[in-house]
Design a protein around this ligand. Structure first.
Ligand code: NAD
Length: 542
């Protein structure tokens, strides 16, 4: 880093409302109509070049799966090896770029996304991931803009952290990019994560092979084109939608593999870790392993909780984006006394949630991502229906004839260890357990011990002492803990995000902690007055 150069102090990108009559609503609707009129074809982008494999897939809309948005080419082993070579080639220059030049590329990406690219990236996200306008705006526009701006700001602060120097010398820390390339492998559910996983290592001077998730390649392609428009040089980020197993096998077999930046389900991450362990002798350096994975996120309500705040948190936290947020409320613990007060209102609200085509802005929910998810989620609902240990209180209707629609579903479990209280479902299903008001202590223990995950969680209580007790008892139950708020909607720079236990390595996306994983520091000591005699003074004659 040179001189007094400083990146602008970031502020969170303001969220557009898309309320009736606003110009942003009209512009977004126009973009949605345009994207639905056309059907595009797109290639892989490796070393800045378009590559077409001829093995193609269709990108469809989850809420109308008969509608094709695009045909895309699928990478396999050969293309993965090409992408590795391209990343290695680009590394030579990119790893030598000055910090401020790299920062300017990503600050430009932020401004492009905030202006001319906003509608395209939001509309692509709405159509291919079935997000409402609001859910797309807070994800693919605001959160990703924040990732770019805050990451360059945090990188600058990281570089500023320098050691002390004793008299006669100068000590420095050089934050080198890692040797080798980084494998960014991204989930379907957040376009912002798809954008952040390849760019965070690139901001620190690394080059990247990026494999987006199959249902989200359409919005991923727009991101890739936006990176190019921002000035990301060829080969720094290689766009490789492809066969997950074949691409991953090629990547994890490469001696140049320098690290993985992953978000997705827990089992897949564990399989990567195993393979990396088996291959460890092949690598020129110990790879960095960063993964944010599944969750079984909770709300625990105390008898002193505000009933309306709790009800709203369950509805928004549980069903927004069809419950397909890693942070979505999935299990709720309510005392019997409070349950009697909120039951009617909660059921009314859940049953009245409007669901349908996301291009119709009156809807609160769209469809779940694909047929496999639809089948998995409806399987859980069937399990609840067929069990004496649970009751489906509201919802449960599933229909995949036109789109993968599952009504928001509330299940009451009669046992705290019922399957739906323990496993990640990743859909619009909230399971609730009613405990005796006098058993608050035991309820806290259940929250802590019921699931292997520890991503997000919330306590609702108007009694400060009780909230503090919950925060203490649940210290390791969530990496993002909320008091009187829903456990979703973390904002970059405000609530650094990530969980521990089976939920990941907790390297907090969009923070200095994450960026630190993408550098390997070199200590440099320069001696201005080096000794010229090997003998120490204690060795002198008495
Ligand atoms: P997923 O595990 O199905 O896919 C994630 C990525 O891994 C995709 O790119 C996919 O193609 C790839 N993949 C899948 N199977 C693979 C295999 N056998 N070999 C190699 N690659 C493979 O996850 P998803 O459905 O896209 O996302 C949902 C999951 O992600 C949930 O478990 C959710 O909790 C988690 N998630 C976590 C966070 C977080 O910050 N903790 C954020 C978002 C999503």
């Amino acid at each position: 880093m040179s001189g007094d150069i400083q990146v602008p102090i970031p502020i969170n990108e303001p969220v557009h409302s898309y309320a009736p009559g606003t110009p942003e609503r009209a512009a977004l609707k126009e973009k949605l109509a345009e994207m639905q009129r056309e059907e595009i074809e797109f290639p892989l982008i490796i070393g800045g070049k378009e590559v077409r494999t001829g093995k193609t897939y269709k990108a469809v809309m989850p809420h109308r799966h008969g509608h094709t948005l695009a045909t895309w080419h699928m990478a396999g082993k050969e293309e993965a090896e090409m992408a590795i070579r391209a990343a290695r080639e680009a590394w030579r220059e990119w790893s030598e770029w000055s910090w401020e030049d790299r920062a300017s590329v990503f600050l430009k990406a932020a401004d492009l996304l905030a202006t001319s690219w906003r509608d395209a990236v939001n509309a692509a996200t709405m159509l291919c991931q079935s997000k409402t306008a609001h859910q797309a705006e807070i994800d693919s526009a605001c959160e990703l803009i924040d990732f770019f701006r805050f990451n360059v700001y945090f990188a600058e602060r990281l570089y500023e952290d320098q050691p002390l120097s004793a008299p006669g010398m100068w000590n420095r820390l050089e934050y080198r990019p890692l040797e080798g390339f980084i494998y960014a492998i991204t989930p379907f559910n957040f376009t912002s994560i798809a954008g952040n996983l390849p760019t965070a290592p690139a901001i620190m001077g690394n080059t990247v092979v990026w494999k987006p998730s199959r249902p989200a390649v359409f919005s991923g392609y727009y991101l890739m084109r936006m990176f190019e428009a921002a000035g990301v040089p060829p080969g720094v980020i290689n766009f490789l939608p492809g066969d997950p197993r074949a691409v991953t096998e090629a990547v994890l077999n490469s001696p140049d593999f320098g690290g993985i930046h992953y978000t997705g389900s827990t089992g897949v991450f564990q399989s990567f870790w195993r393979t990396i362990g088996e291959n460890i002798e092949k690598y020129q350096t110990y790879p960095r392993i960063v993964g944010e994975t599944g969750g079984k996120d909770f709300i625990i309500a105390h008898s002193s909780a505000d009933p309306d705040a709790l009800t709203t948190a369950i509805v928004r936290g549980g069903y927004e984006y069809q419950g397909q947020k890693c942070s979505a409320v999935s299990r709720v613990y309510v005392p019997d006394t409070l349950w009697r007060r909120i039951r009617g209102d909660l059921l009314d609200q859940v049953s009245s949630i409007p669901m349908g085509d996301v291009a119709d802005f009156r809807n609160f929910m769209g469809a779940v991502i694909d047929e496999k998810s639809f089948d998995d989620i409806s399987g859980y609902i069937e399990h609840a229906r067929g069990s004496k240990d649970a009751e489906v209180l509201v919802g449960g209707e599933c229909d995949k004839s036109e789109g993968y629609f599952i009504r928001p579903t509330l299940v009451q479990a009669h046992r705290p260890d019922f399957k739906l209280m323990c496993e990640e479902i990743f859909g619009p299903v909230v399971t609730l357990y009613v405990y005796q008001e006098s058993e608050w202590e035991q309820a806290l223990q259940l929250v802590d011990e019921t699931s292997p995950y520890a991503l997000t969680g919330a306590v609702f209580s108007e009694d400060r002492k009780v909230a503090a007790e919950a925060a203490r008892r649940l210290r390791y139950a969530a990496g993002n803990f909320y008091i009187n708020d829903k456990p979703t909607g973390a904002v970059v720079g405000q609530q650094p995000f990530g969980g521990a236990r089976a939920s990941g390595t907790n390297d907090k996306a969009g923070s200095m902690m994450n960026l630190l994983r993408w550098v390997s520091a070199r200590s440099i000591k320069e001696n201005f007055v080096p000794p010229t005699d090997y003998r120490y003074s204690y060795m002198g004659e008495e």
